[in-house]
Ligand binder design. Structure first.
Ligand code: SF4
Length: 227
């Protein structure tokens, strides 16, 4: 008896993953000593390079402020002053306060509850926090607490669209659902694959694609990348 039809897209995605891993190696994302630090980093890196977010995290750490209780006790203006290196510091201070309030009220600082809570309601609740879009919420879910959500950011969507796997106008939610439908529901895989897509997005798949020495070139099968 023939088995169930094989998911060719899955095979293709896993080949892309293998090619990226072979070229770039493990990315070891996301830097952070605690789940709270990872969540703070996800907010601080919004609209800025990671190096700026890392400076703001270091400023918080050196003042021993990297706990929900300490951030909750700060005035927004004080917090903004400390995280200034991350840019748009007043906006991000309000977002960090809102995220921290949510954590304290909903989980009482027990991040481990996020590892087992039903994923759909948890994600919807995170998305209600002012200033937390899906990309930030999913980065927290995946990188802070290891839930199987794919961070389908602009880097990922650009590669997938250029390889005609998704449409050029596919938005965040469409791409996330598509990736999650075609990949094994494995947070470790999602973590590494997303980090590798960012790596190739920065090194090769930029505004103008540099396909000639890109590890994903064989997948184009002689065709030019889709526009
Ligand atoms: S640079 Fe070219 S080969 Fe590499 S991911 Fe982008 S479109 Fe694909």
């Amino acid at each position: 008896m023939p088995g169930p039809p094989r998911d060719r897209v899955k095979g293709r995605l896993l080949r892309l993953y293998g090619a990226l891993l072979g070229r770039f190696g493990h990315q070891r994302w996301w830097p952070g000593r605690t789940p709270y630090e990872v969540a703070v980093g996800a907010v601080l890196t919004q609209h800025t390079a990671w190096v700026n977010a890392a400076r703001a995290i270091e400023a918080l750490r050196s003042r021993r402020l990297l706990t929900p209780a300490r951030v909750a006790a700060l005035q927004v203006s004080e917090l903004a002053r400390v995280i200034r290196p991350a840019g748009t510091h007043r906006v991000k201070a309000r977002r960090l306060k809102a995220l921290t309030r949510w954590l304290l009220e909903r989980l009482g600082e027990r991040f481990d509850l996020m590892r087992t809570a039903p994923l759909g309601p948890l994600r919807r609740s995170l998305l209600e926090i002012p200033g937390l879009g899906p990309e930030t919420a999913d980065a927290i879910l995946l990188y802070a607490v290891g839930r199987p959500v794919f961070v389908a950011d602009a880097y990922a969507r650009r590669v997938l669209a250029r390889h005609r796997l998704i449409g050029p106008a596919a938005g965040y939610e469409e791409a996330r659902a598509w990736l999650e439908a075609h990949l094994p529901s494995d947070p470790g895989l999602f973590n590494e694959f997303h980090a590798l897509l960012v790596a190739v997005g920065k090194s090769h798949c930029r505004t103008l694609p540099h396909c000639h020495d890109c590890p994903l070139r064989p997948d184009l099968r002689g065709r030019a990348p889709a526009r």
